[in-house]
Design a binder for this molecule. Structure first.
Ligand code: MOS
Length: 698
């Protein structure tokens, strides 16, 4: 009986509940002092002066770094990968966004650092702030790429002819809000210089090797002189995928000759570590009478900073999800006096599938068709964008099983026709999808003299269960019990692996671990028992490239969400009362942790639909919703019990372990399914997120 697939408990569960698992900000380093980042009160302009005397004279203060005295770092913004961000390391007096780092105070305690920070006398030469996306839309420009890789614009077929040949057409503008990741664990770092030319950083990171590369470039050190350690991460969702200013600032502060601990406050998380940008999406869908799509146009505008570029790739989903011959998509970015946005759980697909899947619901209504039937009518048998077959696709099965479990057939098409007491009841559905990525990864498998196995890979476990699934994979290959496998992750001295973003860790690092365990087994099998007994240890290390097969296929996970909402017509409040989702994402490695990933994504879908919204004061450029009292995430009372169905796929092409990655697909589709259910309940087509009570009852 194999371990892979079974819902075994997390191997790190006991360490976590006992408090033995050390997160970056908690790591005990002898002699560590504390740094606090001081941030700008204005969003645009220049610093004219920072008076440091009072802060420097404050008890326990060791250093105050400002743009006037900070060491020069000529390579502060040398980028090498698409996830690298422009950072602010006190190299000049420019202010480009509110709450930008402008100084760092180092003191013997956290409280003294913060107290001294409050004593800085900062004067500014402020300039006019441009922070309104709506007002600045005219300054939109074409980004270099949509997301990290895709081309910003696409065109297939003849859009004009497609539109002309259609019997029905819907057009709408869909807007999504700023969303902050707000993982439970705030960004924290401990930086140590063991010698003048070697740096060790404990960081909460989704990508320790990327962090190492940035630090090496900034401090002009060879890669091997920089070590980044991230043993446990308390949630990432994208904000921990790039190295941000505070990590390098902690290392800079540690030049005082003491290890430096720096943990961001919840408020600082609103400006220093990225966010999902707002989008304005214009969509046109046109179809023949029978529902066959004839034309789709999806134009996306999102915000970025004035000094760096991130484009939310919301239209990528429209390129590939349905079999439509005539499709145009565009992405534009509008530079504002705001921090740079970044990857946020299912970047692009989360916000884009909201627009597309609500538009599909509108088209179904326009045609008098069942929304599910419309999707089946336009089922893509191959990827129409890449013009390749799917490596596997069981979306039809997701629709069928999800609809049956949910009781979709009982839906009444006429909005407002079902009541539960004074509440309006509505049903909605939408399609979920996310790419199945894989990158090259390395791993090492060791068999120790006592018969136990150690698996080593750089990687990092964001809380998703990476330690556990890697142990399951290795135990199966080597035929040992799970308890005999120890997994070591989160250290750049271990074999190199990719960033844990884009739902690719299981696929990439999981495949490498499988290959390393197989290589170890081969070595073992080649030895006689006497030879084995003579060796203290046997080890195998592999570098596993992306599966060659993949280039011939388009690789995506798919799913279908079905949602029931109850709307209070007098208060405008919306409750998600039932949710059924069916996902087909290749092989499931651990039934329990997979369920948690799908569920977590769906909860995020509720957040995006109904709750989450970073409010920025457009006059000052400052974030108003600076804590979890103002920034509303769904709480237990907002989340019904989800029924999550998993359709097993045997995909021999996608990667060596057949698992498609499940960290992000859960949020896609869910938001649209909720908006569509609200329409079914109320007859109100709400296209602006989040759908708060004021929008529902007006
Ligand atoms: Mo994910 S937004 O790629 O961490």
């Amino acid at each position: 009986m194999t371990l892979v697939g079974r819902g075994v408990d997390r191997v790190d569960a006991y360490a976590k509940v006992r408090g033995e698992a050390q997160y970056a900000g908690d790591v005990a380093v002898a002699g560590a002092v504390y740094a606090f980042i001081v941030t700008s009160a204005i969003a645009k302009g220049r610093l004219s002066h920072i008076g440091t005397a009072a802060a420097e004279g404050s008890p326990g203060v060791l250093a105050v770094l400002t743009p006037w005295n900070a060491p020069r770092l000529p390579h502060a913004n040398q980028k090498s990968t698409p996830v690298d961000k422009v950072v602010q390391l006190l190299q000049d007096q420019d202010v480009s966004y509110a709450e930008q780092p402008i100084a760092v105070v180092v003191a013997d305690t956290s409280e003294r650092a913060r107290e001294a920070a409050s004593l800085l006398e900062v004067s500014y030469a402020p300039e006019a702030v441009h922070a309104s996306l709506a007002a600045e839309v005219g300054r939109g420009r074409t980004p270099r790429t949509a997301g990290p890789r895709a081309k910003p614009d696409s065109e297939r077929g003849d859009l004009t002819a497609g539109l002309a040949s259609a019997a029905a057409r819907v057009e709408g503008t869909y807007t999504t809000s700023n969303q902050h990741h707000h993982p439970m664990e705030m960004h924290g770092v401990v930086a140590v210089w063991p010698s003048k030319d070697s740096l060790t950083v404990y960081d909460t990171s989704q990508g320790i090797f990327g962090c190492r590369a940035r630090l090496a470039a900034i401090f002009e050190l060879p890669l091997e002189r920089v070590r980044v350690i991230s043993h446990f991460v308390g949630g990432g969702f994208g904000c921990k995928g790039s190295m941000w200013s505070h990590v390098a600032l902690a290392a800079l502060a540690a030049r005082v000759g003491r290890p430096v601990r720096l943990v961001l406050t919840r408020q600082q998380m609103c400006s220093l570590v990225g966010y999902r940008p707002r989008t304005i999406q214009r969509l046109t869908l046109a179809a023949a009478k029978d529902g066959t799509l004839r034309a789709m146009r999806h134009d996306v505008i999102s915000e970025t900073s004035t000094f760096d570029e991130f484009s939310e790739p919301s239209a990528l989903v429209t390129r590939m999800l349905y079999a439509c011959p005539n499709v145009v998509t565009t992405h534009r970015v509008v530079p504002l006096d705001v921090p740079t946005p970044t990857f946020t759980r299912a970047p692009g697909e989360a916000s884009g599938s909201f627009a597309l899947e609500v538009a599909m619901d509108e088209l179904a209504h326009e045609l008098g068709m069942d929304p599910l039937a419309l999707r089946l009518k336009n089922y893509a048998e191959r990827d129409p964008d890449e013009d390749k077959p799917w490596s596997s696709k069981s979306l039809r099965e997701c629709y069928r099983r999800g609809a049956a479990e949910f009781g979709w057939n009982a839906r009444r098409a006429l909005p407002g026709s079902v009541r539960d007491g004074r509440l309006l009841v509505g049903l909605g559905m939408a399609t979920a999808t996310y790419p199945a990525r894989q990158s090259a990864a390395s791993a090492r498998a060791r068999l120790l003299a006592d018969g136990s196995v150690v698996i080593q890979a750089g990687s990092q476990d964001l809380g998703t269960g990476t330690y556990t699934i890697l142990a399951q994979i290795a135990a199966d290959v080597l035929g040992v019990p799970l308890e005999r496998v120890r997994v070591e992750l989160g250290d750049t001295t271990l074999p190199e692996t990719p960033v844990s973003g884009g739902s690719q860790t299981a696929s990439s690092t999981g495949s490498a671990v499988k290959r390393a365990a197989e290589a170890l087994k081969q070595k073992l099998d080649a030895l006689t028992p006497a030879e084995r007994a003579a060796r203290p240890e046997l080890a195998a290390e592999v570098r596993n490239d992306e599966k060659a097969d993949r280039q011939h296929f388009s690789t995506h996970g798919f799913g279908a969400d079905f949602v029931e909402v109850k709307v209070d017509p007098e208060l405008g409040s919306v409750r998600v009362t039932r949710a059924v989702a069916a996902f087909a994402t290749g092989k499931i490695l651990n039934a329990k942790t997979a369920h948690s990933q799908f569920m977590g994504g769906m909860v995020w879908g509720i957040g995006l639909a109904l709750r989450e919204c970073t409010v920025r004061d457009e006059r000052s450029g400052r974030v108003v919703t600076r804590d979890l009292a103002d920034y509303h995430v769904p709480v237990n009372a907002d989340v019904p019990e989800f029924k999550i169905l998993v359709i097993d796929e045997d995909d021999p092409h996608v990667n060596d372990i057949g698992a498609k990655g499940i960290g992000e697909i859960g949020i896609t589709g869910m938001t649209a399914a909720i908006a569509n259910a609200i329409y079914n309940a109320t007859g109100k087509r709400l296209r602006d997120l989040p759908i708060t009570p004021d929008k529902v009852f007006t």
